[in-house]
Design a protein around this ligand. Sequence first.
Ligand code: NI
Length: 147
Amino acid sequence: MAIRKIRLNGDEVLRKKCKPVKEITNRTLKLIKDMGETMYEADGVGLAAPQVGILQRIFVIDVYDDNGLRVFINPEILEVSGSQKGPEGCLSVPNEEAEIERPNYVKVKALNEKGEEFVLEATELLARAILHENDHLDGKLYIDYIK
Ligand code: NI
């Protein structure tokens, strides 16, 4: 087990734009494994690489469905539609929550940890989690949406 330190709001690493992963190396795989462990340890449903101080386009999500841990490398949002409003939190903004409006549907393309491309269509919580984590890769936090 390797739990990494979660960077908190105010840390400038959370505001940087992440770089695409060029090659999935053993280091990448170790990072992904650690991100999963760190997320579960913190009781989160998602964690993006910049939250552990790594500026690469990677995030993991587990919305506690049958799928288990989902890994997204170099994700690209292809389509969004609809809208949902619900409570949202972030491991980098501990003990806080706010009602945030997001699209209810998202179509995303990414690579898994084997480097295989997949396209996923998601709604509700999974869609929210994908959009939240994807924002992290561009230095955005959910609190930016609070007026
Ligand atoms: Ni977050």
